[in-house]
Design a protein around this ligand. Structure first.
Ligand SMILES: Cc1cc2nc3c(=O)[nH]c(=O)nc-3n(C[C@H](O)[C@H](O)[C@H](O)COP(=O)(O)O)c2cc1C
Length: 160
């Protein structure tokens, strides 16, 4: 079946990004997580970030109800994690691969950088919602990032 959005996706995809895992806790305390490349830093004072959540995502209601979320930036060796949290592979989030910092949102232990955020605003935007977060705690490490460009991981040709 042809994807009528393919030309627009091709143009959007010419903007290279990193890849992150956004995660929160649902009403039962279980981890809801997904792979995102829409993460952006927004403000230094106060420290704000954003990412965009698709309205149809299985984790949509968890993120809409949660008052905090964490964003873990993936390093170059985490292609499999990107696949897993995009739900292209069956194994879901495991409690022991995450840690809790300030807000209780789950931060991946294996990461290039982490941001633990209180939800500051939600803005509906077409078929996504923009989730603005105020950073309560963050860290960063040295290393190469996992990069996404034109629907592919860079370097490499494997489709996600
Ligand atoms: C590299 C990559 C980047 C993605 N970026 C986003 C994103 O920014 N926002 C989003 O809602 N979904 C994004 N997705 C899709 C989700 O990770 C996930 O695949 C989608 O929500 C389907 O999962 P579900 O069936 O459990 O809802 C991305 C997927 C990949 C592989």
């Amino acid at each position: 079946m042809t994807d009528k959005y393919r030309p627009l996706k091709n143009a959007f995809g010419r903007f290279a990004t990193g890849i992150a895992v956004a995660a929160c806790r649902d009403g039962e305390g279980a981890i809801a997580a997904l792979t995102v490349n829409s993460f952006t830093s927004v403000s230094l004072e106060p420290p704000l970030v954003l990412w965009c959540l698709e309205n149809r995502a299985s984790s949509y209601s968890a993120f809409m109800a949660a008052d905090s979320y964490a964003v873990s930036i993936l390093h170059a060796g985490q292609k499999a994690a990107s696949q897993r949290f995009a739900h292209f592979l069956p194994d879901g989030p495991k409690e022991d691969e995450f840690e809790n910092w300030v807000t209780g949102a789950p931060v991946l232990k294996d990461r290039l950088a982490g941001f633990d955020c209180k939800v500051a605003a939600r803005h509906e935007a077409g078929d996504h919602v923009i989730l603005v977060g105020e950073v309560a705690k963050f860290d960063s490490a040295e290393g190469a990032p996992l990069i996404y460009y034109a629907s592919n991981y860079i370097p490499g040709t494997e489709k996600p």
